[in-house]
Design a protein around this ligand. Structure first.
Ligand code: TXA
Ligand code: MG
Length: 348
């Protein structure tokens, strides 16, 4: 895989590949994406192939910075939104675009079924990463970009991760350095009547979006669903077990059961890695490694480090990873908790 510098020449090369119907891995502020021309079905099919992604899983379409209404004009049917839904669209895009918020909207007929997995809705986001923005501007059209990992695996937050995941399957990665946010965009469905549904917690905490808006839970919101949100996802190859809470407060017998008589590594979101290790050792468990994403308890820092640390532990020699959930599901804790649960295959 070619590593392209994020300068004019690198972007020109990436644009040439995209115009030729190829896929290119690109940086965004959340995670690296695997980009292709959203209006070229053969190129979109190549993304599914490179990722081993099942065709029931729809893709997010990325648009260049600018007026939100203009950016989505060829993708979504804003005319299908009632007045309330239209003003919710304007408010959310004014507050959060460009940025890590994906909106699922009624689809325009120009968008191919392969992009949306045959759904009546399309997911759109305007990324904040300057390299992604320059690329979108130079390409001159929307790009699909799912996370640049093989299906179900850990999302890449550095160009090296993309190489490790997809070498030989993708011609190039545009190297924009480490991703700032580290977890994927928040996905929100906007129904034609203005109702909203959280489809995936992510880098924009749901509390920030506006509690005065009309949120609906499980069903409702115009039948919008997110089919790709499978219970097992973001998964290391090493087996993972999710702790019920803070490791020092767990019952030693429960810890031994989760450790399953093998050598483990501990991943905690906050708190002291050494005292976590000590708690496991005191329960008679053999601990090879212990990490904390943010010993100081900063969830922004924790989210940024999440996938890279999971990847390192996966590459280490521990046979089982014990994952400690964040202290709460508030703010970025919601997305971090979601990713850890799915890594352990126990989403709720
Ligand atoms: O931060 C992100 O969103 C990253 C970066 C690269 O932009 N992209 C990303 O894409 O996370 P991906 O493919 O890994 O996750 C996209 C998910 C799908 O699995 C699905 O749940 C939801 O977005 N989605 C996409 N299109 C949809 C649609 N038309 N209706 C409902 N959900 C949709
Ligand atoms: Mg993904």
């Amino acid at each position: 895989m070619n590593r392209l510098e994020p300068d004019r020449q690198g972007i020109e090369r990436a644009v040439a590949l995209l115009r030729a119907g190829e896929v290119v891995a690109i940086p965004t502020e959340t995670v690296y994406g695997l980009a292709a021309d959203a209006f070229d079905d053969a190129a979109v099919a190549r993304v599914f192939e490179a990722k081993h992604r099942p065709s029931f899983d729809p893709m997010i379409v990325h648009v260049a910075p600018g007026s939100a209404r203009e950016a989505v004009a060829k993708l979504a049917r804003l005319d299908a939104l009632n007045d309330e839904a239209g003003s919710v669209f304007d408010r959310l895009t004014t507050d959060f675009w460009p940025g890590p918020l994906t909106l699922v909207l009624p689809k325009a007929r120009f968008v191919s079924d392969i992009v949306t997995a045959g759904l009546a809705h399309v997911a759109v986001r305007m990324p904040a990463h300057v390299v992604a923005q320059r690329l979108l501007e130079a390409f001159g059209g929307p790009l699909v970009a799912p996370s640049a990992n093989r299906f179900g695996r850990i999302s890449p937050t550095r160009a090296e991760h993309v190489v490790a995941e997809l070498a030989g399957r993708v011609p190039a990665v545009l190297d924009g350095g480490p991703c700032e946010m580290g977890v994927e965009s928040t996905i929100v469905g906007l129904a034609a009547d203005g109702g909203l549904k959280l489809l995936r917690p992510g880098a924009v905490p749901v509390e920030a979006l506006g509690s005065d808006l009309r949120w609906s839970t499980v069903d409702g919101a115009g039948g919008i669903e997110a089919p790709g949100q499978t219970d097992q996802h973001y998964s290391p190859a090493t087996r993972c077990a999710l702790l019920g809470g803070v490791v020092e407060e767990q019952d030693p017998a429960t810890l031994r059961q989760l450790a399953a008589d093998t050598e483990v590594a501990l991943l905690r979101v906050v708190g002291d890695p050494a005292s976590g290790r000590a708690a496991l050792a005191a329960a008679g468990i053999s601990v090879l490694d212990s990490r904390s994403l943010s010993p100081e308890g900063d969830l922004v820092q924790a989210a940024r480090a999440l996938f890279a640390t999971l990847r390192e532990l996966d590459d280490g020699s521990a046979r089982r990873l014990l994952l400690e959930p964040p202290p709460s599901r508030r703010g970025l804790g919601h997305a971090i908790d979601d990713r850890l649960r799915r890594a352990a295959g126990s989403a709720r």
